[in-house]
Design a protein around this ligand. Structure first.
Ligand code: 3EB
Length: 341
C-alpha cells in the first residue's frame, strides 16, 4: 500500500512509532479530551472530543507515504505533500474575524479558510479537494439570527463559488462536527486527479437540500473514490439518520444507528458499482462514530457491533452533530491497492 492510515493510542512521543526509512508521515489527526502537549512536526488536526469506551486519553491517526514528503506553511495552512497528493490543516480563531451585519464572524472565518485552501491548492497545482474534515465550536447554537452550522455553510459555499469550483456534483467528501470550544479547524486531502463523487440513492444530495435546512446547502458529496498512484481510497462522509432530506427517528438512538448504517450500506453499494478494485464490505471499513450524548454510547455500540462485524475498527467520540435532532453520525474509510494502475 502506497499511502497508509495508521491509528493508535497516542505514543509518549508522537514521532516514535511512525518514523522509518521507508514510510514518512504526511499528516493526521489527534482525537481526545486531553490532547498531548508534544505535537508531531507534521500537520495535525487537533480534535478535542472525548473518546468513548476507551481508557486512552487520546487517539492518533497518521497518514504515511512511501514517497518523499515536502512540507510548508502558507496562508496559515500547515501542509505536507507527497507526489501529487497534499494533506493540510488550517485553524482559524473566529475572534480574529469581526464580521459584519450581513456576515457573522464564523461565516467570514469559514469563507476565508476555504479561500486560503483553494489558493494553496492552486499554487501547488493540485486543484482537486478529495476529503475535508470540518470542526467548529457550538455548531447548533444560534447567533446573528442563524444556527452556526448554517453560517458555516454560507461561508463554505461562497468560497467554492468564488474559487470557481462548483458547489454541486463534483464536491469533496466531508464531515462537519461540533465541539465544545476551540477554533474553526479544517483538515483536507487533495490531489491532481478529480475524486469520483458518490451519492446515496436513499438521500437527497446534500448540495440539493431545500432551504428548510438553511439559506445555503452544504457543499459535500456522500462519499468519494480517489486514486493516489497504485491505490484506491474510499472516503465515506459523515452519515446520519437522514432519508430523503428529513431526519428520521428523532428521539430513538438505536433506530438512528440502524438508519445511518443503512445509508452507509447504500453508499458502499454505489461505490462498488464505480470502484476499480475489489468490492468494499461493511466489515472491512474503518469507522469513526460521533455520538451526541455520551449516555447513548453503550446502545450505539451494541446496535452497531452485529451490523458491521467484529473485524471493523470503530473509534467512538462524543461530539455534536450538525442538526439538533441527529444523535449520531458515522464516517468511514477503506483502501485497496490497484495492481495495474
Ligand atoms: C447530513 O447528511 C449530515 O456539512 O460537510 C454530514 C457530512 C453532514 C458532512 C458537511 C454535514 C456535512 O446532512 C450532516
Amino acid at each position: 500500500m502506497k499511502l497508509q492510515l495508521v491509528s493508535r493510542i497516542c505514543p509518549d512521543h508522537p514521532a516514535d512509532d511512525v518514523s522509518s526509512e521507508t514510510v514518512r508521515p504526511l499528516g493526521g489527526a489527534l482525537l481526545g479530551r486531553q490532547l498531548p502537549v508534544v505535537l508531531p512536526d507534521w500537520p495535525v488536526q487537533r480534535i478535542a472530543a472525548p473518546l468513548l469506551g476507551s481508557a486512552a486519553g487520546s487517539w492518533q491517526e497518521t497518514w504515511l507515504s512511501v514517497q518523499i514528503v515536502t512540507c510548508g506553511n502558507d496562508e496559515g495552512v500547515a501542509w505536507c505533500r507527497a507526489g501529487q497528493l497534499l494533506y493540510g490543516v488550517i485553524d482559524l480563531d473566529e475572534a480574529d474575524f469581526p464580521g459584519q451585519a450581513d456576515c457573522s464572524p464564523l461565516q467570514a472565518a469559514s469563507c476565508e479558510a476555504y479561500r486560503r485552501i483553494f489558493r494553496l491548492l492552486d499554487a501547488q497545482g493540485l486543484p482537486h479537494l478529495w476529503r475535508v474534515w470540518n470542526y467548529l465550536a457550538d455548531i447548533n447554537r444560534e447567533s446573528h439570527g442563524l444556527e452556526r452550522y448554517r453560517q458555516f455553510n454560507i461561508g463554505r459555499q461562497d468560497a467554492f463559488l468564488e474559487g470557481r469550483r462548483g458547489a454541486t456534483g463534483n464536491v469533496p467528501a466531508a464531515c462537519a462536527i461540533g465541539l465544545a470550544g476551540g477554533p474553526l479547524s479544517i483538515a483536507f486531502m487533495a490531489g491532481d486527479s478529480p475524486a469520483v463523487p458518490i451519492e446515496n440513492p436513499r438521500q437527497v444530495s446534500a448540495y440539493n437540500y431545500p432551504a428548510d435546512y438553511g439559506p445555503r446547502s452544504p457543499t459535500f458529496s456522500r462519499a468519494a473514490l480517489v486514486y493516489p498512484p497504485g491505490q484506491e481510497i474510499f472516503f465515506i462522509s459523515g452519515t446520519a439518520s437522514i432519508v430523503g432530506h428529513r431526519t428520521l427517528h428523532p428521539d430513538d438512538v438505536v433506530a438512528q444507528t440502524r438508519e445511518a448504517l443503512a445509508n452507509i450500506a447504500a453508499v458502499v453499494a454505489e461505490a462498488n458499482r464505480l470502484c476499480r478494485g475489489p468490492a468494499y464490505a461493511l466489515d472491512a471499513l474503518s469507522y469513526r462514530v460521533y455520538v451526541r450524548h455520551a449516555a447513548d454510547f453503550p446502545r450505539v455500540r451494541e446496535t452497531l457491533a452485529p451490523l458491521v462485524g467484529t473485524s471493523a475498527e470503530i473509534v467512538y467520540v462524543q461530539a455534536d452533530i450538525c442538526r439538533h435532532d441527529l444523535l449520531l453520525e458515522i464516517e468511514a474509510i477503506a483502501s485497496h491497492g490497484l495492481e495495474n494502475c
